[in-house]
Design a protein around this ligand. Structure first.
Ligand SMILES: [Cu+2]
Length: 67
């Protein structure tokens, strides 16, 4: 199990949080996504076949690039 916390400055409200949690949660191998509008942080847990490269690319694609 891999886990990483990143800062995503574009998170502004609960809608952003929901979008991130839904989109990342759809990736096979992603087991948990916890995003917060208060801290602008996203904590992601994943295992195979997901990879950090893939997760980061998806965040960029949905306009929530991690810092
Ligand atoms: Cu928002």
């Amino acid at each position: 199990m891999n886990q990483k916390t990143v800062t995503v400055p574009a998170i502004n409200c609960g809608h952003c949080v929901n979008t991130i949690q839904l989109e990342l949660g759809d990736l096979p191998g992603v087991t948990q996504v916890v995003a917060s509008a208060d801290t602008k942080q996203v904590n992601i847990s994943w295992q195979d076949p997901a990879s950090w490269t893939e997760i980061e690319a998806l965040l960029v694609e949905i306009d929530f690039p991690p810092q």
